[in-house]
Design a protein around this ligand. Structure first.
Ligand code: GDP
Ligand code: MG
Length: 443
């Protein structure tokens, strides 16, 4: 994965204060590969990587994140930004029915989406009307009717007398129908062709001029990959649109099309369609799409959590201790570390998804909050001198501590043993020999 490769690229970074030019170049190469693998269009990849390099140059090496994570974080933020930042909402007409028109190639998922969108609007208390303005294929009207039925939304379709054979006329009449019967949202399904085609564009443009939509949504299959930009540009020139809907996200496409289209057209991706059922539909979430493009699963969530949990001051203190300047690792430090681990406990599930975290996952699966409470009680029954210098905790002190904390002497013994074990590992950890989090063994 990208995260593995970035970790490799950063093997030598430890101890530097700033990301170096060579580190940034190595990273840029990896990001480039990841984006191309996600089917992002080449010109978009180039611009994007340049922007990330620019930003990485100015960045201090973070205390909370390792350099690989830090670059992933920058990449992620830039991706989210291009994908539209906050999710853009539908604009509704101030008076009269809101008109939403769908455009896109045949097979993109327009008819399926029309019903999904209708159901979604209905659930928000609106009263939508579906309009069958695809008269190209013999079965198209029927398909919309079947989908409309699943969504429980009526379909306006050509009948003798209401513009049979002319999609522009059907669309126009649907507006009359909506006004008459007080539908507040009209969703116009249109015809597509297998490829970009002048007749199709002309027809879509004529429908657009007849109904003057509040929103034109360009519907595009996430699986078409590199071709997405060509199609998106053709529809932008031929019909124009306000937003993009990405379909078939239930497939294994990494979603590079979203980035390509958003970046080249500047139009936000508004909805995501992920399945054939009428309920497989959601607002588009730029952050989720960014992590899909990066193929990093929950790494991004982990980064976010790590930053939250990690107190910078504490990091500095720990760094001082480890480098020996702040004196030895004490029982107070040990307790503090346990409390950090408790915060991390909420990350249990996330950690399960991470590569290379097997050892830590096992520890967290056995993680027991009450055990930390017991450790805390024992350490708090020690004097400050004992905590700072655990070597002085002899037999009679152990008996006193056990009484004070309501535990057995054997509990105190095992805690002290565990502390010395952890201290040994902290030293190894500081010299870079030890992966994982010391002090968590056996929790
Ligand atoms: P249109 O030609 O643009 O109207 O596309 P359709 O709505 O007819 O969809 C074409 C095919 O893709 C149909 O077989 C749909 O069932 C399928 N489809 C549409 N959206 C999705 C989706 O989000 N996921 C999956 N797996 N299939 C979809
Ligand atoms: Mg259709």
């Amino acid at each position: 994965t990208l995260s593995d490769r970035l970790s490799d690229a950063f093997k030598n970074l430890r101890g530097k204060g700033r990301l170096s030019e060579a580190d940034i170049d190595a990273t840029a190469r990896e990001i480039r590969i990841a984006l191309l693998e996600a089917d992002v269009a080449l010109p978009v990849v180039k611009d994007f990587v340049a922007a990330v390099k620019e930003r990485a140059r100015g960045e201090e090496v973070s205390q909370a994140l390792n350099p690989a994570q830090q670059v992933v974080k920058i990449v992620n933020e830039e991706l989210v930004e291009i994908l539209g930042g906050e999710t853009r909402r539908l604009r509704y007409a101030k008076s009269g029915p809101t008109v939403i028109m769908l455009a896109g190639l045949q097979g993109a998922g327009k008819t399926t989406l029309a019903a999904k969108l209708a159901l979604w609007l209905k659930e928000q208390g609106r009263t939508p009307l579906l309009v069958a303005a695809d008269l190209q294929r013999p079965n198209a009207v029927n398909q919309l009717q079947v989908n409309g039925e699943r969504a429980g939304v009526p379909v306006f379709a050509p009948e003798p007398g209401n513009g049979v054979g002319d999609p522009v006329e059907v669309a126009r009449q649907s507006l009359e129908e909506a006004k008459r019967k007080l539908y507040d949202t009209v969703i116009v399904d249109t015809a597509g062709r297998l490829g970009v085609d002048a007749d199709m564009m002309a027809q879509a443009a004529a429908i657009r001029d007849a109904v003057r939509p509040d929103e034109i949504l360009f519907v595009v299959d996430a699986m078409i990959g590199q071709d997405a930009v060509v199609t998106a540009q053709a529809f932008l020139d031929g019909v124009g649109y306000d937003g993009v809907v990405l379909t078939k996200l239930d497939g294994d496409a990494r979603g590079g099309a979203a980035l390509s289209i958003a970046s080249l057209t500047g139009k936000p991706v508004m909805f995501a369609s992920a399945g054939e059922k009428v309920t497989d539909f959601d607002m588009f979430h730029p952050d989720r799409m960014a992590s899909r493009i990066l193929d990093m699963g929950d790494v991004l969530t982990l980064i976010e959590q790590a930053e939250k949990v990690f107190d910078e001051e504490q990091a500095l203190k720990a760094a001082e201790k480890l480098s020996g300047r702040g004196g030895e690792f004490t029982l107070d430090d040990f307790l503090e570390q346990m409390q950090q681990v408790r915060k991390l406990g909420s990350m249990q599930k996330i950690l399960g998804m991470l590569p290379g975290m097997g050892q830590m996952r096992e520890q967290l699966e056995n993680f027991d909050e009450r055990e930390i409470d017991r450790i805390q009680a024992i350490i708090q029954s020690m004097t400050p001198a004992e905590r700072a210098n655990p070597k002085m905790i002899d037999g009679s002190r152990r008996a006193r501590i056990a009484r004070g904390s309501g535990r057995q002497v054997s509990d105190v013994n095992s805690l002290v043993d565990r502390f010395f074990e952890a201290r040994k590992m902290m030293t190894a950890f500081a010299s870079g020999k030890m992966p994982g989090t010391p002090g968590m063994e056996g929790l």
